[in-house]
Design a protein around this ligand. Structure first.
Ligand code: KG4
Ligand code: ZN
Length: 333
């Protein structure tokens, strides 16, 4: 068996996974609750938590896979993009362990890993396909031509879809990250409020105008009725979610038609959203696309997806130098 240890520490989740011949056999994630009341990730606190959690998380992943470090063939680690202090913890840990075990390290680009999460299941997408990657920091339409060979067709020119959820959620008084809370509350609401759509390029996204529109809407309504948010929270959440998801699926649909692909995929933390998944399925059913969505545990940040890139790079013996440094703005395109 070819066992690879994968490590992810780019933002506020410390994660370790074991990949055995391309299959994720353990995937442990320690989420940091310390950021909940700050409305976003506090980089300094994130780095400190990674330092505390990395060894217990790696031990737990090895234990669940019932292997020891002596059986590892390589270590895959997120090199970027992400928060510098957070990345330093994972990269330094990976380099040190690799050095002591005398095995190679494999650097992984985090956004490429989100896309590659779609290869973790038994049935795998066929090339070429278009993946809509929606996370807390990025919104990208990606044309995937082969394993690890992908290009960005378009992306957000300002806020990411996850930020649109988190920042509008903050206006409603919800804790960080607000995305999953909005998803839950929206289930009991009706999307009865409409927000304007941004006018940007065909494959680009923009959510800053949407965010401002929500802010003015809430200001106007709470001036009339100070209890407006409290009394209509579920409907406001449903409306915000509806607006974001409609834009995302519309753009994906345009790109799919233009590139004439037969397969579509979703990736990233926001692809855990139930309404986005429903609309994605609807698009695939209506237009006859083969649709792929990773299981929820592989959508939000996790080391399993890092290990998927690690596995395909391992097959090509694409190893990195132990002198690599974290790269906060690393791109795959
Ligand atoms: O991919 P991810 O875990 O981290 C980054 O690489 O950024 O994405 C985190 C983002 C956050 O903005 C969070 O609010 C959002 O994903 N998210 C969701 C849901 N679950 C996570 N947004 C909407 N609905 C969800 N169910
Ligand atoms: Zn991510």
């Amino acid at each position: 068996m070819n066992y690879i240890l994968a490590i992810e520490s780019s933002c506020d989740d410390t994660s370790a996974a074991i990949i055995s011949d391309g299959e994720v056999i353990s995937n442990k994630v320690a989420t940091q609750e310390v950021h909940e009341n700050y409305g976003g990730v506090v980089p300094e606190l994130a780095s400190r938590e990674h330092i505390q959690k990395i060894i217990p998380v790696v031990s737990a992943a090895l234990k669940e896979a019932s292997i020891t470090t002596s059986e590892l063939k390589a270590i895959a680690v997120t090199r970027g993009p992400g928060l510098l202090g957070s990345l330093i913890v994972g990269v330094t840990f990976a380099k040190s362990l690799a050095q002591s075990l005398k095995i190679p390290i494999i650097e992984v680009q985090h956004m490429q890993a989100h896309v590659m999460a779609n290869f973790a299941g038994k049935s795998k997408p066929e090339f070429p396909f278009i993946c809509l990657t929606v996370s807390g920091g990025h919104t990208q339409l990606v044309l995937v031509k082969d394993y690890l060979n992908m290009s960005i067709l378009g992306q957000s020119i300002d806020d990411a879809a996850g930020e649109a959820f988190d920042k509008t959620g903050k206006m409603l008084g919800l804790k960080y990250p607000a995305g999953p809370i909005i998803d839950k509350l929206a289930k009991q609401g009706q999307a009865q409020y409409a927000f304007p759509k941004s006018k940007v390029g065909r494959h680009e996204f923009s959510f800053s105008g949407f965010k401002t529109a929500v802010m003015y809407f809430l200001r106007r309504e709470t001036d009339k009725n100070p209890q407006f948010i409290e009394e209509n929270l579920n409907d406001i959440c449903a409306s915000i979610q509806n607006s974001i998801c409609e834009t995302l699926i519309e753009k994906l649909s345009i790109a799919a038609e233009e590139y004439d692909v037969e397969t579509l995929a979703l990736a990233g933390g926001v692809s855990a959203n139930s309404e986005l998944r429903r609309r994605f399925q609807e698009l695939c059913d209506e237009r006859n696309y083969k649709g792929f969505v990773p299981p929820i545990s592989l959508c939000t940040d996790n080391a399993g997806m890092i290990g998927m890139v690690g596995w395909y790079k391992y097959l090509q013996q694409d190893f990195s130098n132990l002198a690599i440094a974290p790269a906060p703005r690393l791109s795959f395109d």
